[in-house]
Design a protein around this ligand. Structure first.
Ligand code: MSP
Length: 644
């Protein structure tokens, strides 16, 4: 067996906010990380792959309140959604970190204390424009709007002025060390254009960074000063240390730190390429090797956002196609670093042409011919002719090129090369016409050679595709009669001729069914209602249903809840009494539209305090693309009537 390199490789994804459920953009970051993880494992390296959730901060606090939940309850729910999605996408992470776990909180406090003692954290007063949505103070050069306020340049939402006592991190002291570091390791940030962005930002000078809040309760308390909580980004970035054992499993930590690759989207580059190495320098930790900033996925050429209602639920695709077509599409369509456009047309077209046609057909026809002509076992072949040798050498060449692309994180290029080879093998079959040779008994060994070459090529292809499409590759591998899992063979051991002659080849099953675009769009329309998720909910008995008290209620008064865009405070007559309820419909309905009207309310729901108001029931509404639509009665009904 060839020698394996056995280096430690530590790869991370950003930890995802739990204020909302995952969408295609989040899956992109994690899929790239999973592909890199599998590539490293096949290279024989020891890999640790960390992902998780970012659970503190104002954004999560706000989202939870709006849903009538405690932040930790919201986090618990969303974490499950992430874990389910990663499982359904075949993501093989080693550890899932949650920033609300005590070991993480302790680790962050320990580092905070260390920096205080060193003088890199000090106390002062901060005044500035703060974007709640991004949990970030705006840069000073963001201009004032006509109305005297500022708009967050990243998310387009209005920022608020915040002035508070706070602790600062002495970022200014790290300008020179950072610039020296970038000069010494120019590949620290990839792609190179992003490195230039970072360097020119740091050259303009760095201000000290406020790293605590008194306005945010949902956060890790500052050690010995619990009125302050640690800024969510200071908290979150340290997950990369605590997630690998810092302060609770130092053996693991020593083995894998520093990180080999932090994979992130371009929107969070500054945090990872400037703040993070500065924090690490201050605390005397070795610095990560690489930060890869990928581009953004747009939906039909516009940025996905909840308010536009164009956020793409990965399950729309997963339910119909399974994980591999999505994994393939996202990595094939754009090089890491550029923005991509997601359209259903583009997706279906690529899946049908590359997967169902090119690869799927190659598998089907090669293996079916081996079944039909050799009963699944090629025992003898003729010596290689020139054309046969070429297809073998082309594979050796492909392997070299693909490994080089892997080294450079050029994953879309690697796929392009693999597809060029798939077409060569398809062409090889077309030119040699094995179906004609099969009619001539004297050409049996020639036929054996051609089908052996095609099957051996397929074996190599399935191996190289494994990091991208593990499920489909394993299937092809299995059809070819391989018993050991792909992972048992390292890159260095992979050879075209590793397919044994006389190996029992199985009857193939279709890998990628062809889906007509119009059928998919129809399916998608059916599913795109958020009610889809509920379809999967557990059944309840009639007795359980009867425990819900739904009533006709009349809205007597309605007013906006100050400081929110979505909430209305309602006074509702439910027949027997008047109730106060908070409803999240203000972005669609004005208070005047609701007063005097009758709707359905659940009136025995446990009261919840939302924005300081006790909500004693809930208005029922359909959610369509993130917006509420309230059902109404088509004739007058008595207030207080039961609905069942
Ligand atoms: N919690 C922070 C990260 C802290 S890491 C110490 C955060 N979370 S996030 O949930 O908002 O985003 C996580 C990742 O998803 C980021 O890498 C971001 O770039 C990526 N994406 C979110 N929307 C995206 C697209 N539309 N397209 C591609 N990726 C995008 O930021």
């Amino acid at each position: 067996m060839a020698k394996r390199s056995n280096k430690a490789f530590y790869i991370t994804t950003p930890i995802y906010y739990v204020n909302d459920v995952p969408h295609i953009g989040h899956t992109y970051t994690t899929i790239i990380a999973d592909v890199l993880n599998r590539i490293q494992k096949l290279s024989g390296n020891k890999v640790f792959f960390l992902t998780g959730t970012d659970e503190h901060g104002q954004k999560v606090e706000k989202a939870a309140t709006e849903r009538g939940l405690k932040p930790i309850e919201l986090a618990d729910q969303v974490v499950e959604r992430y874990k389910d999605l990663w499982k359904d996408l075949n993501i093989s992470y080693d550890f899932f970190i949650r920033t609300t776990e005590p070991f993480h909180e302790k680790g962050v406090q320990k580092i905070f204390r260390k920096l205080m003692e060193k003088g890199d954290i000090y106390k002062g007063i901060y005044k500035g424009w703060y974007c709640v949505s991004d949990e970030n103070f705006l840069a000073e050069d963001v201009p004032l709007e006509k109305g005297g306020y500022k708009i967050c340049p990243d998310c387009g939402k209005r920022a608020d002025v915040v002035s508070e006592d706070c602790y600062f991190f002495k970022l200014s002291a790290y300008q020179k060390p950072l610039l020296d570091f970038y000069a010494k390791f120019p590949a620290f940030v990839r792609p190179p254009s992003r490195m230039n962005e970072v360097v020119s930002f740091v050259r303009q000078g760095l201000k000290d960074l406020s790293i605590t809040r008194t306005t945010v309760k949902w956060g890790i308390p500052v050690p010995d000063d619990p009125d302050h909580t640690i800024y969510v980004w200071f908290d979150a970035l340290h997950n990369y240390l605590t997630g690998i054992g810092y302060d609770w499993n130092m053996e693991l930590f020593e083995k894998f730190w520093p990180a080999t690759v932090h994979l992130i989207g371009k929107d969070i580059l500054r945090f990872h390429a400037i703040f993070w190495p500065a924090f690490l320098m201050a605390a005397d930790f070795p610095l990560p090797k690489t930060v890869i900033g990928h581009g953004w996925w747009l939906k039909d050429k516009t940025k996905m956002s909840k308010s536009k209602g164009n956020v793409l639920d990965p399950y729309l695709i997963l339910d119909t196609f399974g994980p591999d077509p999505l994994r393939y599409f996202l990595l094939r369509e754009i090089p890491i670093g550029l923005d991509g456009n997601f359209s259903h047309e583009g997706f279906v077209h690529r899946v049908n042409s590359d997967l169902a046609n090119d690869l799927g057909n190659l598998v089907q026809r090669t293996l079916t011919m081996i079944q039909n002509y050799f009963n699944g076992k090629i025992e003898e072949t003729e010596k290689e002719e020139k054309i046969d040798k070429e297809i073998r050498l082309e594979f050796d060449n492909l392997k070299k090129k693909v490994l080089k692309f892997f080294e450079d994180y050029a994953l879309s290029k690697a796929l392009e090369e693999i597809w060029a080879y798939i077409s060569s093998v398809n062409k090889y079959l077309a030119v040699n016409e094995p179906w004609k040779l099969a009619k001539d008994q004297s050409k049996r060994k020639r036929l054996g050679r051609i089908l052996y070459q095609a099957a051996a090529a397929l074996r190599g292809i399935s191996y190289l595709l494994f990091p991208f499409m593990p499920g489909s590759s394993e299937k092809i591998w299995g059809f070819l009669g391989e018993e050991e899992p792909i992972q048992e063979e390292s890159f260095s051991e992979l050879k075209f001729e590793n397919l044994k002659l006389g190996q029992k080849i199985k009857k193939p099953k279709p890998l990628f069914p062809r889906i007509a675009l119009k059928d998919f769009l129809k399916e998608e329309e059916k599913k795109s209602s958020p009610a889809r998720k509920e379809e999967k909910m557990e059944q309840v008995t009639f007795d359980e249903f009867k425990r819900m008290d739904f009533r006709v209620g009349e809205v007597l008064k309605a007013e906006r809840v100050e400081g929110t865009d979505k909430l209305l405070k309602l006074e509702v007559d439910i027949g027997t009494e008047k109730r106060t309820m908070v409803a999240g419909v203000a972005d669609v309905y004005s208070p005047e539209e609701l007063v005097g009207k009758k709707f359905v309310f659940i009136v025995n729901l446990k009261p919840a305090v939302i924005r300081g108001i006790e909500s004693q029931g809930m208005l029922l509404a359909a959610e369509v693309e993130g917006k509420a639509t309230i059902p109404f009665f088509d004739k007058d009904v008595q207030t207080g009537a039961k609905v069942r």
